[in-house]
Design a protein around this ligand. Structure first.
Ligand SMILES: Nc1ncnc2c1ncn2[C@@H]1O[C@H](COP(=O)(O)OP(=O)(O)O)[C@@H](O)[C@H]1O
Ligand SMILES: [Mg+2]
Length: 303
């Protein structure tokens, strides 16, 4: 639906984005993951027309577009990093105001606002001023404010940062619900668990450059492997060497643990267990996480 080509941005000679190219397909949840200062917010600000890039172009359905044009703006929504709400207005008033600004028909506003309050789980709090809401409630209101004009694609800039686990999982449910309705989602995050849970495709952004792109599974596979962590009662170095040679695995000591890694590891479990029979004190199969993959990626980038 939306592509960007070679988008760069310089602030006072400092390069915040360097030739970023990516596409967001209809109905997918595309995540940009990266540490603080990577350029995530800058990218979203460019994609929502708040700042202009130093170079590159944005395409809507394959046609170059300026993101301040209404044919673009009416199809996209934004949930900014900091909720933009009127604190002295209630949730309902915030939504009604926005619906009027978008020029929605007055007789349709009330039921639309009810639907959005329901979606955000804020019906019971709809008559309270937004400044008294918890951070999670503000974030849920902010999210549905991005939906008032029923955009096909919604940009979300670290929507769960600073939320406690319960508020975060409520927001995840809301995001997955929107994805289930077929909306495209473009989300930035520095939370790997979140990226893995929500996104159908991911790109890693570091120092303004896109480094890797793929499904969460592809990125995990690219940058890390599952491992078995063992604690042994006896020294079995010779048996481990022989086993790993035979099954094309690798092993190393990490503290008081032995770590065995390799491809198709689950299929090798019976062999590993029988080769070390009588010496296993503790056996732990650990699937690679996106966080492992990301940390390894950052370490290799630094080296
Ligand atoms: N308005 C600005 N003026 C100068 N530098 C900026 C401005 N906005 C962002 N930057 C710089 O651009 C880089 C990327 O920032 P940002 O996009 O906010 O990263 P992220 O959202 O990934 O944490 C940082 O080095 C930041 O200091
Ligand atoms: Mg940011």
């Amino acid at each position: 639906m939306i592509s960007i080509r070679d988008i760069s941005k310089e602030f006072d000679g400092v390069r915040a984005l360097d030739k970023v190219t990516l596409s967001v397909m209809k109905g997918e949840t595309f995540g940009v993951i990266g540490p603080n200062g990577a350029g995530k917010t800058t990218l979203i600000r460019i994609l929502t027309g708040q700042i202009t890039p130093s170079g590159g172009e944005i395409l809507l359905d394959g046609e170059p577009v300026n993101p301040i044009e209404s044919r673009y703006r009416l199809r996209v929504g934004l949930v900014p990093q900091e909720p933009a709400l009127y604190g002295r207005l209630t949730a309902r008033e915030n939504l009604v105001l926005l619906a009027r600004l978008y020029g929605k028909e007055e007789k349709k506003i009330s039921s639309k606002v009810d639907d959005l309050l329901d979606l955000a789980g804020l019906e019971e709090h709809a008559a309270r001023q937004a400044r008294f809401y918890s951070r999670g409630m503000k974030q849920r209101l902010s999210l549905v404010m991005g939906l008032v004009h029923e955009p096909e694609l919604i940009y979300m800039d670290e929507p769960t940062s600073g939320l406690d686990p319960e508020a975060r999982s409520a927001l995840w449910e809301l995001i997955l619900h929107l994805a289930g309705e077929g909306r495209s989602i473009f989300i930035t995050t520095h939370n790997m668990e979140e990226a893995d849970h929500i996104c159908s495709r991911l790109a890693i952004l570091v120092d303004g450059s896109l480094k890797e792109e793929g499904t969460p599974t592809e990125i995990k596979g690219l940058l890390g492997t599952d491992r078995i962590e063992l604690q042994l009662l006896h020294d079995r170095t010779a048996d481990l060497d022989a086993l790993c040679r035979r099954l094309d695995l690798s092993w190393k000591s990490e503290g008081d643990k032995i770590v065995v890694a390799g491809v198709e590891l689950p299929d090798r479990i019976p062999d590993i267990v029988s080769a070390l029979a009588g010496s296993i004190r503790n056996f732990h199969y650990r699937e690679v996480t996106l966080e492992d993959a990301f940390l390894r990626f950052m370490r290799e980038a630094e080296e």
